[in-house]
Design a protein around this ligand. Structure first.
Ligand SMILES: Nc1ncnc2c1ncn2[C@@H]1O[C@H](COP(=O)(O)OP(=O)(O)OP(=O)(O)O)[C@@H](O)[C@H]1O
Ligand SMILES: [Mg+2]
Length: 142
């Protein structure tokens, strides 16, 4: 539950699964299904697939709502590292996420707080070519 900015896990030279979609509400389901398929194919346990689905839903929703204009590209990537599987969501905006503390009465500002509770490490980094990546490392129990 440590957030790191301007860090990014090193992807393997091969074996990165990637889905690029246009920023629109339907893209969030596409990203979720893509990640769920990858985790299911990897024979991870059901709890981790649930975490993966929740995390990508929050990150892709943020990319759509806060990090792009309608039709901009959003890219979802998943890959293995020695520390566990990583989910990345890339969007075109240089604006960085601003995680907020969980409150009992807030109606928004919960997505990243939820992610923070569910994964051991997540972060974000601006990309050299523009835009940014928000990533999460998931604990592998399989
Ligand atoms: N991909 C992004 N691009 C730009 N800003 C972002 C991005 N993701 C998050 N943010 C900023 O970080 C804030 C916190 O994000 P978080 O997901 O916790 O809350 P929210 O999206 O505002 O509400 P909720 O997720 O509860 O519907 C957002 O309000 C937004 O300002
Ligand atoms: Mg959100």
């Amino acid at each position: 539950m440590i957030t790191r900015s301007e860090l990014r896990p090193t992807p393997p030279p091969t074996g990165v699964a990637e889905l690029e979609v246009k920023s629109e509400p339907e893209s969030i389901k596409a990203a979720r299904d893509f990640v769920a398929d990858w985790f299911n194919d990897g024979a991870f346990d059901d709890d981790l697939v649930y975490v993966a689905r929740t995390v990508v839903t929050e990150l892709a929703t943020n990319a759509h709502r806060h990090g792009s204009a309608e039709g901009d590209p959003i890219t979802t990537r998943v890959f293995h590292t020695d520390a566990g599987p990583v989910i990345e969501v890339l969007d075109a905006s240089a604006e960085l996420p601003v995680p907020k503390p969980l409150t009992l009465d807030g109606l928004t500002g919960r997505g990243l707080a939820l992610v923070d509770l569910m994964v051991p490490l997540w972060g974000y980094a601006r990309l050299p070519g523009g835009g940014k990546v928000v990533w999460a490392l998931l604990h592998a129990r399989a």
